[in-house]
Design a protein around this ligand. Structure first.
Ligand code: NAD
Length: 478
């Protein structure tokens, strides 16, 4: 018996949660339920996070959380409970299956059945942003080896458990050779451990275009946070049934499952809402806790019900649908179909597999790290790079010289183009003369003389080699 936490949420939440629980319990889900309150009432009682300390304790104790949608009150500094939960509980994997239900839900892609697995914690979403000059602001894109290993392994383990044939990776590593390059490298390393699952990598731009045009080419797609945020909405939208999708947020110890739609307050309390999105979340939960047989039974009964044309108002269509039903009647129809399989829609086969095998990240032995130079970023409001070179060359010493200046990554000195547009944010790269060793004290000396010469350094980045390989970007055009 697996104990889980549930929250019925707001609006249509309680109705779709009751329907979902009734279905999965009838299918034989081996769960014990502990309910907490989150959402509007908690927010309006003065708690800006929408959840009490006692409820956190319950979620952390049970580790598995099935959450109905909640209403976030407008204004008043209320924080999104989803973002808070994801960050506090370290829910690093966001999983969103996107499947079309042709001909019951209109779509241009009748045979689409893919799963987007999105890294959920890092990338540009680390939220580290700074304004550095009058004209330039910066957002740090952080990609870590543990972050990549965890999400890529999750994608392959998920594919294995779900009998999926292929995992595709999307990155932009032709441009971001260090960050996206690491994600791609880790993908290749981990893919090699799963020889029975096909793997491939696409550059995100053409990959996204292919996904939008021929989604049937893809099975499981894994990607960094920002790309996944955007493309998981595109994928859900083109199935034609955003309102019927579920998602999971998975961490090392805890996981949260939900519908992707909101609390639809105008439909609340009328036995109208479609419980399918939350039911899809519950199916992901059952697979996650190793109750795949039950998950499979529920999914096939649900597909059969959709196929019989028994539809809630939101997908009801004259000609295709056979009965317009309420939330409760839809749940009863699914329960009646438990044990049945769809005949036109493809039945699922989740198998009777164990929970995913996700070992803890093991830190690798330290690499040989050698300092080989420094980039000094300078705020300078003139426009001729040759003049700036003359100014910063005054910082040179017997050991260290200026090797390059870039502006927004493009080399503007030496031998820049007059046509290149320059902002007030300049990267001045200093390297040791004659390939000599570069010491940290050289950086201090450069900063000290910049201070005395009124050169406005707004940040520095150390240049390293790891195991003899340069680990920093060159200037474009260098
Ligand atoms: P919404 O998803 O609640 O509703 C959008 C439209 O879809 C409405 O017309 C609604 O009636 C319909 N709809 C949604 N789910 C349905 C269902 N299961 N059955 C039938 N029809 C359904 O989005 P919204 O109106 O932008 O947001 C309403 C509230 O939900 C807001 O307070 C928002 O903050 C919240 N919200 C919560 C979550 C969450 O808890 N995960 C996610 C999104 C929005």
């Amino acid at each position: 018996m697996r104990k889980i936490t549930i929250a019925k949420g707001d609006g249509i939440g309680p109705e779709i949660m009751d329907a979902t629980l009734k279905i999965i319990l009838a299918a034989g889900a081996n769960i014990e339920i502990e309910e907490i309150e989150v959402g509007e009432k908690v927010y309006l009682s003065g708690n800006t996070s929408g959840i009490s300390e006692a409820s956190w304790d319950v979620i952390r104790r049970n580790k598995i959380f099935l959450k109905a949608p909640i209403t976030t009150p407008q204004g008043g500094g209320y924080k999104s409970l989803n973002v808070t939960t994801r960050k506090f509980l370290g829910l690093y994997a966001n999983v969103r299956p996107c499947m079309s239900l042709h001909p019951y839900v209109s779509t241009k892609h009748p045979i689409m059945d893919l799963v987007i697995i999105r890294e959920n914690e890092e990338d540009l979403y680390a939220g580290i942003e700074h304004q550095q000059t009058d004209e330039v602001v910066q957002c740090l894109k952080l990609i870590s080896r543990p972050g990549c290993e965890k999400i890529v392994r999750y994608a392959f383990e998920y594919a294995k458990q779900q009998n999926r044939k292929k995992v595709t990776c999307f990155t932009k590593d032709n441009i971001m050779k260090q960050t996206d390059g690491l994600f791609h490298k880790v993908f290749d390393e981990i893919a090699a451990e799963y020889p029975s699952i096909e793997n491939e990598h696409w550059i995100i731009d053409i990959g996204a275009a292919k996904m939008a045009e021929t989604p049937e080419m893809f099975d499981v797609i894994v990607m960094p946070n920002l790309y996944g945020d955007i493309l998981s909405d595109v994928a859900a939208q083109i199935t034609g049934s955003v309102g019927m999708a579920g998602s999971s947020n998975i961490g090392e110890t805890c996981a949260m499952f939900e519908a992707i739609h909101g609390s639809a307050p105008r439909r609340a309390g009328q036995n109208l809402a479609n419980p399918s999105g939350l039911l899809q979340g519950a199916i992901l939960m059952l697979n996650h806790i190793g109750q795949s047989e039950v998950a499979e039974k529920v999914q096939n009964a649900w597909l059969k019900t959709i196929e019989e044309g028994i539809h809630t108002y939101d997908i009801y269509k004259e000609g295709t649908s056979t009965a317009k039903v309420g939330t409760k009647e839809f749940a009863d129809a699914v329960i009646k179909n438990l044990g049945e399989k769809p005949s036109l829609l493809k039945p699922v086969n989740f198998g009777n597999t164990a929970a995913l095998n996700l070992p803890k990240y093991q830190r690798k032995p330290a690499q040989k790290k050698v300092l080989v130079g420094v980039d000094l970023f300078v705020h300078w409001s003139e426009s001729n790079p040759n003049e700036l070179a003359a100014i910063v060359q005054k910082l040179e010493t017997a050991e260290v010289s200026l090797s390059m200046i870039t502006n927004r990554g493009i080399k503007v000195w030496p031998n820049g183009f007059e046509e290149t547009f320059c902002t007030d944010h300049w990267r001045c790269r200093f390297k040791p003369k004659n390939n000599a060793a570069f010491e940290k004290t050289s950086i201090l000396n450069l900063l000290e003389s910049a201070l005395t010469q009124n050169i406005d350094i707004i940040k520095t980045e150390n240049l390293y080699e790891f195991d003899g390989i340069s680990a920093y970007s060159l200037g474009q055009g260098q």
